[in-house]
Design a protein around this ligand. Structure first.
Ligand code: WT7
Length: 635
């Protein structure tokens, strides 16, 4: 694979300029050299930023699974495609070769076809992190069915809303799921959701926990007997470049979840290109991303990106704290992982525990470590860089979104010098801009603004399922002619980007715009603090004042909370400025978080305002019980 491999920083700038000057040539060559096509494109792309119309590789014909599996068989048939690391470390890991993956995906594809699933049908996949999840996703793509993976931690209500929104014809699930020391009965959650989902005709059930589940006659089918009987080869469906590949739901700041639609060729080209370059993947490396396949990170960088590159990718069923806090490090050692990709929230949780958990392991196989999902604060960055990366592995802080399909801004390992908390430079082909309130592009460096992308890229989402107008309104109205990310960013003196957080998290105090992230960074530097979140609340004179929720480490030394409050404010005063000092500080045991690790600031804002009337939908929270605890602490 070539992908215009960047050689050094000078070469990066050259290539970047080329990608801006001649985007058609740039993408044409990447698409041409790295994939197998049934038919080439007539035109590289066509777009209209006002109407949010994007077409890439027009009229090309392709199947993404031919590129993920079939074309590797001649050279890499026996190479491990997937390493499955089960929840319980005493259960043996599984190594699935590309040959075996071909057979298992073919069988599943044949089963789906036999059950009446056709090109364009929507199939909801609600499975734990087991190989069947990867196989179900790829089998859908094989026959041209549109997969809609729903994270298996979501409740029946959330599942039902997602199935109904896209009229799924089938649900693929399992009897149960293991997660840490818990066993979850997934099938019963599906049963509950389906009470209100008339579109679903069949439920295909794979076995994981072997407990008794109820099977509805005529609707529910065990997968294994059908898989055993199915033919072990399958002719892939010929897909148009712009045929939808999948729908993935992302929660909006308001309203029902948005079903982001990604199409075939552009997504394929972009995830393969970014995987290769951002992780510096080399043949025989073992790559591990700890996300769940239920999120875009898992779609793009557990499955598609790695498999398109013929990589070995780890699927981990468990959690970082089971059986103890050394699990991540143990798995890295066990499978000799070379690239490790995780989220700041996991890093912060592990950094809170004894350093012995990580220091027990040499972790010398690691070459590149990555971060994704939220701004990584300075303390977590250093902990990750020093204790996991051994100060020797480049830490790639990758900024992107469900909507972008793939990584947009990130250092390139061994090429872009890393800088704590900075996602650094856009990948070649990506044109970020910062915008001011008057909708003008802010030129120059050392500036902050709203982060937009001013030119399309291959894997930009094409629409919101069933609601194109909402797609236009959400992303293309605020700054006409540009894609608005919803994030704020800072561009430093050399042009590096630092994502400062959602623009809606900005709090204006006495006319000063304050981003939550730098203030939280300052608070988190206090030795007694594990994590913090700040929100604004109405103030007579300042307009808004700041309210901080602070989680303390388990430490007996800081019993005097008033002193602690003073010290925290002194730190903020020193690092951000006296304007950013907190009016109120509440010590809490946890923060309300979504399952992807994002703090639900909406709830914290209401508590800070003293408005306990209606917290809205808390069903997607990982820890709903914390809300009452915080509320009571307040009163
Ligand atoms: C939002 C997108 C991208 C896959 C996982 C999340 C935030 C993501 C970073 C980063 C700072 C980041 C942004 C973005 N975000 N990565 N490296 N630094 N912020 O996907 O759920 O669609 O969320 O996550 O705010 O807009 P998502």
């Amino acid at each position: 694979m070539s992908y215009y491999k960047v050689k050094d920083l000078e070469n990066y700038f050259k290539m970047y300029k080329k990608s801006v000057r001649e985007p058609r040539k740039f993408w044409d060559r990447i698409a041409d050299e790295n994939f197998v096509w049934y038919q080439r494109w007539d035109k590289v792309f066509e777009y209209d930023m006002q109407e949010a119309q994007f077409k890439w590789f027009l009229n090309a014909k392709v199947n993404i699974t031919k590129n993920c599996i079939d074309r590797h068989l001649a050279k890499r048939g026996d190479k491990t495609a997937i390493i499955f690391e089960p929840n319980n470390p005493s259960e043996a890991a599984q190594h699935i070769s590309y040959n075996e993956l071909y057979v298992r995906v073919s069988k599943m594809a044949n089963v789906l076809r036999d059950l009446g699933i056709k090109k364009g049908d929507r199939v909801c996949i609600y499975l734990p992190m087991i190989p069947d999840l990867a196989i179900a996703v790829l089998a859908c793509a094989r026959i041209g069915a549109i997969h809609s993976v729903v994270f298996a931690g979501f409740s029946a209500g959330a599942l039902e809303a997602r199935i109904t929104d896209s009229d799924c014809k089938m649900v693929i699930t399992s009897d149960g799921a293991y997660r840490g020391d818990k066993t979850i009965n997934l099938k019963s959650i599906v049963d509950e959701a389906l009470e209100k989902c008339p579109s679903v005709e069949k439920v295909l059930v794979v076995k994981r926990t072997n407990e008794n589940v109820s099977m509805k006659d005529g609707r529910d089918i065990w997968a294994q007997p059908l898989l055993d009987a199915a033919m072990d080869n399958n002719v892939a469906e010929i897909m148009d470049a712009e045929d939808p590949l999948f729908i993935l739901y992302t929660s909006g700041s308001t309203g029902k979840p948005k079903g982001m639609v990604h199409t075939t060729a552009g997504y394929m080209v972009y995830t393969a290109y970014t995987f290769k370059n951002v992780f510096n993947y080399e043949e025989n490396d073992v790559y591990w991303c700890t996300a769940d396949i239920g999120w875009i990170t898992g779609h793009s960088y557990i499955l598609y990106g790695p498999l398109l590159n013929g990589a070995t990718t780890v699927i981990f069923e468990g959690v970082p704290s089971y059986p103890d806090f050394s699990r991540f490090w143990e798995v890295i050692e066990k499978h000799q992982v070379n690239q490790f990709y995780t989220a700041p929230t996991a890093i912060r949780a592990l950094a809170k525990e004894s350093i012995d958990y990580v220091q027990k392991f040499p972790l010398s196989s690691l070459k590149v470590i990555g971060s994704v999902g939220e701004p990584i604060n300075e303390e977590a960055w250093h902990w990750y860089n020093d204790h996991v990366g051994g100060k020797r592995c480049p830490l790639v802080d990758t900024w992107w979104q469900t909507e972008t399909g793939g990584i947009m801004v990130s250092p390139l390992p061994f090429i872009t010098p890393t800088k704590p908390t900075y996602a650094s430079l856009p990948l070649p082909g990506i044109q970020p801009v910062l915008m001011d309130e008057l909708r003008n592009e802010i030129e120059g460096n050392q500036v902050t603004g709203s982060l937009c992308i001013k030119f399309p890229w291959p894997s930009i989402a094409r629409t919101i399922w069933g609601d194109h107008q909402r797609y236009i309104d959400t992303y293309f109205k605020a700054f006409p002619g540009k894609y608005f990310t919803g994030d704020g960013a800072l561009r430093d003196e050399v042009g590096y980007y630092r994502i400062t957080g959602r623009v809606d998290d900005v709090i204006i105090v006495s006319g000063h715009n304050l981003g939550t992230a730098p203030i939280e960074d300052a608070i988190n530097e206090h030795p007694a603090v594990a994590e913090s979140a700040i929100v604004g609340f109405p103030h007579d004179i300042k307009g808004n004042a700041l309210y901080g929720y602070v989680i303390l480490k388990e430490s007996g030394e800081y019993r005097n909370h008033d002193n602690l409050r003073k010290e925290i404010n002194q730190l903020i005063s020193d690092q951000v400025g006296p304007i950013a000092k907190l009016d109120k500080i509440q010590f809490v045991n946890g923060l309300p978080k979504t399952r992807s690790g994002k703090i639900m600031r909406r709830i914290l804002r209401k508590i800070a305002e003293g408005d306990f009337s209606n917290f809205g939908d808390t069903s997607t929270l990982l820890n709903p019980e914390i809300v009452d605890e915080i509320k009571e602490g307040k009163i």
